[in-house]
Design a protein around this ligand. Sequence first.
Ligand code: ADP
Ligand code: MG
Length: 841
Amino acid sequence: MTATQPNQAGLTSAEAKRLQDKYGKNELSPQKKERFLKKVFHIICEPMFLLLIAAAIIYFILGEPRDGAIMLIFVAGIISIDVIQEWKTDKTLHALKDLSAPHITVMRDGKEQQIASADLVPGDLMMICEGVKIPADGVVLRCADLCVDESSLTGEAEGVWKIPTESTEPAKDYWRRDCCYAGTLVTQGTATVQVGQIGAQTEYGKIGLGVAAAPQEDTPLQKQTGKLVKTCAIIAGALFALVAVFTWFNIPDHPFADRLIESILSGVTLAMAMIPEEFPVILTVFLSMGAWRLAKKNSLVRKLPSVETLGAVSVLCVDKTGTITMNQMTVQETWVATGTEQALIETMGLGCETDAYDPMEKAMLRCCQAHGISKERLFANALVREYAFTNELKMMGHVWRRDGELVIAAKGSPERILMICELTDAQRNAAEAEIRTLSAQGLRVIAIASAHPENESAIPASITDCRLTLLGLVGLADPPRASVKADIAVCSRAGIRVVMITGDNGMTASAIAKKIGIPGSENIITGEALERMSDAELREAVKTVSIFSRVIPEHKMRIVKAFQENGAIVAMTGDGVNDAPALKYADIGIAMGKRGSEVSREAADLILMDDNFTTIVETVRDGRRIYDNIRKAVGYVFTIHIPIAFASLLAPFLGIAPAALLLLPLHVVLLEVLIDPTCSIVLERQPAEEDIMDRAPRDPKEQLLTGRLLGKSVLQGIFVFAASFGAYFLTLSGDPVNAPAARAMGLSIIMLANLFLVQVNSSNHDFAYRSAQRLIKDRVMWAVNLGTIALLAVILYTPVSAYLKFAPLTVTQLFTAVGLAAASVLWYELVKLAKKRKFKS
Ligand code: ADP
Ligand code: MG
């Protein structure tokens, strides 16, 4: 760690800007945008729109271009709503992508800064460390223990130990040891790298790897509703034929062409009313808005399907250190075995990395400082050898030359350190007793040992070959986060099991688990025991055990599998490079935004920006809320389509003349313009039900549209149908002259009922007035409600009404309509009341 480079300060922002203008962004392929017209075309190809356009064309053929034109205006309206909605979701998803895009630390303007990897320019000084996926090619200026996995580039599985560029070793291979390459992975150490090539100019870019990004796949719910829409379309097709034939026989006195066209038109109206084309829109809007709302709460969703899976999570596997605890360690206890406390602490310091980033080592160095041993003093001498820390060994060491004398300073888990120490039985027993005492307090215990080899040739090749003197133990406290206890109680009520995974020893883990209220804190599976278990044994064991200690990342995968085989939906946290497979395998892989490695973030479904357990629980709650709201919206869409569909279905059977129908295609479109935005806006905003975390996780196999939900929707729909169609039928009293007034009556009732319906269906338990109250200050909700009323006023009481074949309602009629609309929906409040009564008793 020498070498003073001329450009320590890195680039200035102005230089970086200039270089970016010259070389472009650090991306393999610039993001493509879908063309606007293509999008519109995509929407028009949906069956619903084909029907609408067909209806408009029929109007033109019928010689009613005015009706056809109005129809097309509405179609344009619906298309714009759809386009706006899609544009908004696209924007949201892009913004989310940018948030979770890789970042890198660089030196700019003389300061260390985090920038998006895409903004790297040639000449930048980037700092890389363990877990970073290198974003550009460059030369290594300084490095410490830098080991890089270049297998993605060279196929070579063995890690490459890098050297600084000024080293005298001749560069003979194509893959240089003093360079780092984009797309490769830092598995150990730290370095400062000066960026050379970016984007497509990198070796990685030249191979053309990773250019084709995976397309966004449909989520399980999207697939489910896709099927649902198809089923509905098939039924609609059959009913279309039925209604068309019936109408044909109903109007024998019309001329042939008229008869044909009227028949088709009646059929089309029904088909339009039957296709729930809102479903796909609801899903994209709810899921992407959900992801957006989560992002604002520190939880970044990387894959849209995760939003729906979240609500079904039944097991939460979390790392103890940093997620459950604050990751703010302090040396709390010391126990001296040999020598003085001062010597123990100094050796502990010598065993730390010179540029420590591990919170535990930082705590140790702080402790040294407090005892008057500065970092400068500790690391002033020459480092002769390093025994690197590995998850398997759980210990590490340094060999220093201090004042002409060689010192091995080792630290690590007591089990391992004690194995390489020379101890009498009495000493060993004393140490082990102390380890138990410290662990039982929930402290992480680290053993410190040292030796003084005669000369360099007497330094053992590996740490396990050392014979050391045990100097003593230190106990480090890492207090649990304040909110964790309450969160675990919430999880218990919500039927979610919290499983703690840690590299610490069992007693420490157990003590912490007890502190935060994880049930069964005395049952522990250690990494060793886990290794001896068969998959079947582990599957049995995880039914009761919630604590895993002395675990290495590779074990996490088996733990996830065991839970999944028991039918659980598993969320698993991870931060290290080796956690990536388990994160991929879990239903919800959660990476840490702060201390996590880039690789773990890339493998994860969710990135936790604040590394906080509370945020995980909040995210699960939101997942449940979003799913709830999707179900509410789907139920609502079903309900509101029923009066429309039944009206068009029933009319021909009642012998109503085609011109006197309650709903002409025109009016169906008018209603569609209203329905779509109402539900996707108002229901999307609904806050969580109060009992949302008091019920068990949803069964992952459960269908979105259950029999119960369908039953409720159909019943509600029938009531609205009865009110609207009844009012229409009575006003019509068999005379087509009354059609405009009758239609105005029926349609106003549907539109007003729609307003009430959204409020009533906002919550499954709470009364409509409560739901309305909760969103009383929500401007969007007011806009939707007042918008409906304004629309009603326009279509009834302005010249527009004649174009739409309405007659203005009298005051009595209007009040009747309001009353009927309210009654047709609000009866459901009585059902809620009855349910509440039953629940109480
Ligand atoms: P966790 O999963 O709880 O973060 P780790 O895997 O980081 O645990 O650490 C597991 C064990 O390895 C620790 O309990 C400690 O005994 C040992 N250990 C961790 N980091 C170091 C280190 N820097 N030096 C020595 N020992 C360490
Ligand atoms: Mg750790």
